[in-house]
Design a protein around this ligand. Structure first.
Ligand code: OXT
Ligand code: ADP
Ligand code: MG
Length: 571
């Protein structure tokens, strides 16, 4: 264990602030994402001095998103640091989202002293943060004394990582940060929790039950979710899928767990496989809204379900799961591979042929859209350029948000490696773009292309200053159609105000990055887009492309327009 009390190596006392940094260091924390101010500014300075990378943001929500995605990519909790009250609340959205997505993250926030808060005596940025955080996280803990730092940090890490990963709130009071403690006693208290995410091995009866169900299927389907990506189970999954010949359907962030161009990938025959599969094996994917809760006209009503998930309470959440396999995904598939021989599972040719036929028909329709030239550009001809250029960049992160900008990118741009597609996730939330880009670039060490709707970009756009300040290899491509979904709606009032979906169609987002010294491109044609994207990606430096597309080509809410309530009274 190292002593990072470099301020005064001979001191006999340490304080909460130094000890917290020591505890993070002992636990292998390599980066903190945050916004400083009272009472955590020195904490960030000490962390930096101790060799922890501190990335300072313009808004805590983006810092939180960076921490969350870093947790997803590394299987270690991402750390977000916030100031009291407003800073805490700004970060809380990202922490809640991390919990919903199942990404391990810890938000450490300075907080006001309990005696003032509890009597509601009006402290500087005073708020009962811990109680506010509780409904949004796996657990909220407060450290009131330096003696408790080691345990507090260890508990936060274990809670964030174990079972279904998620967000943890760690409240550190201003008073605690300056309380002192004997330095030797303090150092002796530090530890890293042993095996904080114990691998849960599934029971072999459950595995055999699942194999039996699969062996009786005539139209089996494996749905791969981002839980499988998080579990880093790609090796086992590939072996199981290829040995059995079963088609697979990737959820959005699970694209690339197996490559999209794999012959058994059924992404381009989604409706067919959901509508006809008789046995569906969910691997790290919940039967939530993204899968229509496993019910309704999208689904074969007689389908039977196998579910591989670390969380027992996820089973039967939306419909009966005939073969629940509770455990770590990689271990579960390992066991399935081990026990599969007597079950003789082999996907029939007829099922694969019908999938291939639909894939081919959809691919032809898609090809026609991609190759239709329009001026201004539309989503498809612009994304074809992106897809072509990315053939030389298959191993970079693709961050993606928007509605049409999201759904069309998912369909057009193939993924070839796991955990590279980072998008709006379980909540379908805007604002992850720049935070995810920064978190991925810092933690993953690879360059990033963020494909953003113009509205989506606006939620975290100021972070391009952060990208430029840290000189991160991030290219932001804005598919600018001048609005939320589209940019040609007329206002509905009489005072000339723009329609609710409208943004400025002529907005020059490229000029924003110029202000911070990044490379800027404004493109109107596919040729210009290809040239700009090629140069921007080759430069591996901060760059932003404002890609002007037709304001009239977007669809309301992208692929999920059906979720809009339909007013029965027309005005
Ligand atoms: O088989 P069928 O026939 O069904 O065909 C399917 C596939 O087989 C086929 N396919 C292919 N064909 C050929 N080739 C290939 N390669 C191929 N791949 C697939 O294509 C179809 C469709 O396939 P897909 O996409 O797989 O399947 P589908 O049916 O779409 O899947 C369903 C879903 C639900 C699983 C999937 O669509 C999905 O994952 N969707 C996520 C949707 C989502 O989360 N959207 C974001 C939220 S929308 C909205 O809420 C927005 N807001 C409000 C707001 C939010 N969100 N957050 C906050 C904090 N505040 C407000 C806002 C403000 S979006 C938004 C901004 C929008 O404006 P922008 O300017 O940013 O963006 P633009 O829209 O571009 O203007
Ligand atoms: P998607 O949105 O891609 O469908 P979800 O976020 O809905 O994926 O589902 C991910 C699931 O994966 C969660 O239910 C979570 O409990 C589960 N999960 C996460 N990590 C593991 C793991 N290591 N082993 C098993 N299940 C896991
Ligand atoms: Mg738009």
């Amino acid at each position: 264990m190292m002593n990072y009390l470099t301020d005064n190596p001979n001191a006999s006392l340490t304080d909460g602030m130094h000890l917290l940094v020591d505890a993070l260091k002992v636990n292998g924390v390599e980066a903190i994402f945050g916004v400083v101010g009272i009472p955590v500014t020195d904490l960030a300075r000490y962390a930096q001095k101790a060799g922890i990378r501190y990335i300072g943001f313009r808004h805590e929500q983006s810092a939180g998103h960076a921490a969350a995605i870093s947790g997803y990519l590394t299987k270690k909790p991402g750390i977000c640091l916030t100031v009291s009250a407003p800073g805490f609340l700004n970060g809380l959205t990202a922490l809640a989202e991390a919990t919903v997505n199942g990404f391990p993250m810890i938000q450490i926030s300075g907080s006001s002293d309990r005696n003032i808060i509890d009597l509601q005596q009006g402290d500087y940025e005073g708020l009962d943060q811990m109680n506010i955080a509780k409904p949004f996280v796996k657990a909220a803990y407060r450290i009131n004394r330096p003696q408790d730092i080691a345990v507090g940090v260890a508990r936060a890490i274990r809670t964030a990582l174990s079972g279904r990963p998620g967000g943890v709130y760690l409240d550190i009071t201003t008073a605690m940060l300056s309380m002192t403690m004997d330095v030797e006693e303090a150092q002796a208290s530090l530890f890293a929790p042993v095996d904080p995410a114990p691998i849960q091995i599934p029971c072999s009866t459950a595995v055999k039950r699942a194999l039996k169900l699969l062996s009786n299927a005539t139209k089996p389907l494996i749905i791969i979710g981002k839980g499988a990506a998080y579990a880093q189970a790609e090796g086992q999954l590939k072996e199981f899928i290829e040995k059995t010949g079963i088609p697979f359907l990737p959820m959005s962030m699970a694209k690339g767990v197996l490559p999209d161009d794999h012959p058994q990938c059924a992404a381009a025959a989604r409706s067919l496989v959901l509508g006809q599969a008789d046995v569906v094996m969910l691997v790290g994917a919940r039967l939530n809204w993204l899968l229509n809760h496993g019910k309704g006209k999208k689904w074969n009503p007689n389908a039977k379900f196998i579910q591989l998930d670390v969380s027992a309470e996820e089973m039967d959440s939306n419909r009966e799961i005939e073969a629940p396999v509770v455990g770590d995904i990689a271990s579960s598939i390992d066991l399935m591979l081990c026990k599969m021989e007597p079950f003789n599972i082999k996907c029939g040719d007829a099922w694969m042929h019908s999938i291939q036929a639909v894939k081919q028909a959809n691919a032809e329709k898609m090809k026609a859209k991609l190759e239709t030239v329009t001026q201004p550009m539309n989503y498809f001809n612009s994304l074809k350029v992106v897809s072509d250029v990315l053939q030389d960049y298959k191993d970079i992160y693709l961050v993606n948000e928007g509605a049409n900008a999201l759904d069309n990118t998912r369909n057009v741009v193939n993924m070839y490696h796991p955990r590279l597609r980072l998008d709006t996730g379980t909540w379908g939330v805007m604002g992850v773009g720049m935070g995810y880009s920064i978190g991925a670039a810092v933690t993953g060490g690879k360059q990033v292309l963020a494909i953003e709707g113009d509205s989506a970009f606006g939620f975290s756009g100021m972070e391009i200053e952060t990208i430029c300040r840290y000189r991160l290899p991030v290219t932001v491509l804005i598919l600018n159609n001048g609005g939320i979904y589209r940019g040609d709606e007329k206002g509905h009032g009489t005072n000339g105000d723009p329609a609710p979906t409208m943004l400025m169609p002529e907005a020059r987002y490229d000029r924003m990055i110029e202000a911070f010294g990044g490379k800027a491109y404004n493109v109107n044609t596919t040729e210009e887009l290809e040239a700009a994207l090629t140069i921007a990606l080759a430069s591996k430096s901060p760059s932003l492309i404002n890609c002007v597309i037709d304001p009239s080509v977007g669809v309301e809410s992208g692929h999920i327009g059906n979720l809009n309530p339909h007013s029965t009274i027309k005005s």
